[in-house]
Unconditional design. Structure first.
Length: 542
């Protein structure tokens, strides 16, 4: 007859089984708790990302409104719209918003709501080409015009008088950030305010904003979706209708935390109590670090957005405050030059006009440098004639060279049509040729164009004194010249070559130089493949 096992053995086995069950339950419970904590962290991170996206969209609309009011609160704008001066509207609305604010489309309506002018990408366009956007913005236009009739706005000037609206619209299958502003005087005299304010509307594609979110908000693969497709943040029209959705791959910091805890779980099998204490301590530390990182990231993004808004406002305000009186001085100088003057008086007024034009050019370069540092769109790839671009840049500066007694010679090899951004190349050539003329006291400046199958070389050779070692070290530094002393012989802000280098880099090219006493050679190399016959611009009928 078998004997029953000792009670102590049975109790030991029960204790082991109980301990194993407790250990298993605790481990399973802790695993479940970690999974739940991981999901909670992921959900919190997603909510924070959604809040950042919503705030970024709202701030972009506010910035768009600030952009257009920088030129819509202006006496000159009121009078130009009243006299239907379309070239003025193109330069001061269409070109200004496109070149300095990266706006895509600008529309100007008169006080009766009729379209006066339309511009896309710094070029005038017809109303028919922008019909979808015109129709989509009618609601914002009507609300803006209705707000402008309020007594408090009619009795005010400047920011108290302007009426604005902003929102997201769909036009022609594309989403736009749109802002509208009435055109009002900045002061009561000498401009008479019309009975009904004109309105300027400007728009940016939403796609550009979505693309910027990847770098600015660190979103993973942000993209637009259909309104009824799965998304994380909706894009709504001013009336609340859902136009589209914004989706991205959410960051999952909780999963990362969970993965780091796998080794800890292995340790729990051998030392539960110690491992548990270390595990919870590590979880708490990770959660605290994550929370601190999120707070720091939010503050950094808010500070960056604030700085960008302040920079945009500063550039817009300074552009307006400096150029408006300076244009007045230049305009009056031209008027005086057309009157009967003595030779001495004409020379004096001519000096005033020349100095004003020099200052205006310096202001434009400073603004252009700031614009390039903040946001530069990708270069275009359109067919152009490199020799024609080079020759045009040379013709603009030929008088300056002749005035100094310099010979300006040109030698352009045959390149055929090439694909590239002709406007940026022209700006680079203008800066480099102007620099060569400016720092060459006598002799000549020679322009040479060379090419390969996939690149262009623009060469500018001068007979100047050459570059010292100290000058070469700061050659492409903004606001730097070869001679920075107060008694230097050549004036200038020191922006030309710095601006040229940034523009060349944006096109994937290089700018280099070779210098010795009596000769300096700048070589600008730009990737530019040959334009196929199918992509060549059509011939213009005579």
């Amino acid at each position: 007859m078998d004997q029953a096992p000792p009670a102590s053995g049975r109790d030991m086995r029960r204790m082991k089984a109980g301990a194993a069950v407790v250990l298993g339950v605790v481990c399973v419970g802790m695993a479940v708790a970690l999974v739940l904590v991981s999901r909670a962290i992921d959900d919190r991170a997603l909510r924070d990302e959604q809040a950042l996206v919503d705030r970024r969209i709202a701030r972009s609309l506010t910035a768009l409104t600030d952009d257009i009011t920088s030129a819509s609160i202006w006496n000159d704008a009121v009078t130009a719209v009243e006299r239907r001066d379309l070239p003025w509207m193109q330069v001061n609305f269409g070109d200004y918003y496109a070149d300095y604010m990266d706006h895509a489309v600008t529309l100007v309506f008169d006080g009766d709501g009729q379209l006066l002018h339309a511009s896309r990408g710094s070029e005038p366009v017809t109303a028919a080409s922008e019909a979808p956007l015109i129709a989509a913005t009618q609601g914002l236009l009507a609300e803006t015009r209705e707000d402008s009739t309020a007594t408090r706005r009619r009795a005010a000037v400047g920011f108290d008088a302007v009426a604005t609206r902003s929102g997201i619209v769909r036009a022609g299958g594309q989403l736009y950030l749109v802002a509208a502003s009435t055109i009002v005087p900045e002061e009561e005299a000498p401009v008479a305010r019309p009975a009904r304010d004109a309105v300027v509307v400007s728009a940016k594609p939403v796609e550009a904003l979505v693309t910027s979110m990847q770098a600015d908000l660190r979103l993973d693969a942000p993209r637009l979706t259909a309104a009824d497709a799965p998304h994380l943040s909706p894009l709504r029209a001013p009336d609340g209708a859902r136009l589209a959705g914004l989706a991205w791959r959410p960051s999952r910091p909780g999963q990362q935390v969970l993965m780091t805890m796998i080794p800890v779980f292995a340790g729990l099998l051998f030392a539960f109590l110690i491992a548990a204490a270390l595990m919870w301590r590590r979880i708490a530390a990770n959660v605290r670090r994550l929370s601190d990182s999120e707070i720091a990231l939010g503050k950094a993004l808010a500070a960056a957005d604030t700085v960008n808004v302040l920079k945009s406002r500063f550039l817009a305000n300074m552009s307006h405050e400096l150029r408006t009186p300076l244009n007045g001085v230049l305009g009056m100088s031209e008027v005086v030059l057309m009157s009967d003057l003595t030779a001495a008086q004409r020379a004096q007024i001519g000096l005033i006009k020349q100095s004003g034009e020099h200052l205006l050019g310096m202001i434009e370069r400073i603004l252009e440098m700031a614009h390039i540092d903040s946001a530069l769109s990708p270069p275009e790839a359109r067919p152009f004639d490199p020799a024609q671009v080079f020759a045009t840049a040379a013709s603009l500066l030929r008088d300056k060279a002749l005035a100094k007694g310099l010979a300006l010679t040109e030698s352009y090899g045959s390149t055929g049509l090439r694909l590239g951004d002709a406007d940026r190349i022209a700006r680079v050539l203008n800066a480099v040729i102007d620099n060569a003329i400016q720092f060459t006291p006598q002799g000549s400046v020679r322009l040479v164009l060379e090419s390969t199958d996939d690149s262009l070389s623009f060469i500018v050779i001068d007979s100047g004194p050459g570059l010292s070692q100290a000058t070469q070290q700061r050659l492409f530094t903004p606001f730097s010249q070869g001679d920075d002393s107060l008694t230097r012989a050549v004036d200038g802000a020191g922006l030309g070559l710095a601006l040229a280098k940034r523009l060349v880099a944006s096109m994937g090219g290089t700018i280099g130089y070779d210098t010795r006493p009596g000769r300096t050679c700048f070589r600008i190399q730009i990737p530019a493949s040959a334009a196929s016959a199918a992509r060549r611009p059509p011939a213009v009928a005579a």
